[in-house]
Ligand binder design. Structure first.
Ligand SMILES: NC(=O)c1ccc[n+]([C@@H]2O[C@H](COP(=O)([O-])OP(=O)(O)OC[C@H]3O[C@@H](n4cnc5c(N)ncnc54)[C@H](OP(=O)(O)O)[C@@H]3O)[C@@H](O)[C@H]2O)c1
Length: 290
């Protein structure tokens, strides 16, 4: 059985990968939290790879606090850039296939059409810059790698947009939400399921059928943050008011139209991607207090 190392396994995506893993004859997952494996320590990573004969790495470990990253840029770069480079170099040394998760924050303010994987990048903040350098390290050092950019992750558990909206609605707050930033809400369990499907396809088939490179995965469809908040509020038992506002009024610096073109993901991996509204309905159903 091939060992699949999942780093940052107690984060939002790591937990979803734990929940969606289906036991079978091909893989044995090795879920490592930050406390079990600190990816900024190359020695620790190499010891783990050797001890467990790791064949695949899914790197979910990251510094993800976009606001704090402005003040803690050095720490953010250590985790998102340098450590990604360690994982990539070790993946190359030990013949490991590396899945590295990245973000729409590598793009800038350009409006109007979905971003293709090879479109020019132009990060607006330290977080985006650190993730971009991480991608570049992976592409330069790893031999077999899949950089999967995603966006707007949420689920019924943990701290994310969905659970924050639920908490606000339960307090009866009026929710004000920007309506001029567009993206694709992405149910974290859909992404996790898709990653396991890709790992399985790669394990069963010829690696060369699945070219290394950058791929995009979000749910299908587009929405503004306002649309997303409205859809969540509308699905809850205790409905609350959601009011649109402009991002200029809030002072948020984020890509305006951060829709990711997923056509290469769909065509290379032959995986059907659910629409965000269907996945939100599923999320609400799973969240529903019994
Ligand atoms: N959430 C989103 O909306 C979103 C959107 C686009 C892309 N992404 C990308 O998706 C990936 C997963 O994100 P997520 O939402 O699951 O983030 P998350 O919930 O913040 O999880 C990241 C995990 O990495 C851990 N970590 C931090 N530093 C580490 C280190 N030095 N060594 C090992 N683990 C470390 C964190 O631990 P602590 O919490 O204890 O620090 C946390 O458990 C990231 O690459 C992120 O950039 C996320």
């Amino acid at each position: 059985m091939s060992v699949v190392l999942v780093t940052g396994s107690e984060g939002q995506l790591g937990v979803a990968l734990q929940a969606t893993f289906k036991a079978g004859p091909l893989f044995a997952p090795l879920f490592c939290s930050k406390f079990m494996l600190d990816i900024t320590d190359a020695g620790q990573i190499e010891a783990c790879i050797k001890a467990h004969a790791v064949r695949y790495i899914i790197n979910c470990a990251a510094y993800t606090n976009v606001q704090w990253a402005e003040q803690e840029a050095a720490t953010c770069f250590k985790v998102n850039s340098l450590a990604a480079g360690y994982l990539a170099a070790l993946a190359a040394k030990y013949g490991i296939v590396l899945f590295h998760i990245s973000t729409d924050y590598v793009f800038g303010l350009t409006k109007g059409r979905p971003f293709n994987p090879n479109d020019p990048t132009d990060p607006l903040n330290q977080y985006g810059q650190s993730k971009l350098v991480g991608e570049q390290m992976v592409a330069a050092r790893a031999t077999h790698f899949y950089i999967i950019r995603t966006a707007w992750l949420y689920g019924e558990k943990g701290r994310n947009f969905f659970t924050k909206m639920v908490a606000l609605a339960q307090k009866g707050d009026v929710i004000q939400m920007v309506d001029d930033q567009i993206g694709s809400p992405t149910y974290v369990y859909d992404l996790a399921t898709a990653i396991w499907e890709v790992v399985e396809k790669i394990a069963k088939n010829n690696l060369t059928d699945y070219p290394s490179g950058i791929y995009h995965y979000t749910n299908e469809g587009v929405a503004s943050w306002y649309d997303f908040a409205y859809a969540i509020a509308a699905a809850l038992p205790n409905r609350c008011a959601v009011i649109p506002r402009s991002s200029a009024a809030v002072g948020l610096k984020r890509p305006y139209y951060s829709v990711l073109n997923k056509s290469s993901f769909r065509s290379v991996f032959q995986i059907k991607i659910p629409h965000w509204q269907d996945s939100l309905a599923l999320c609400v159903k799973r969240w529903q207090p019994q």
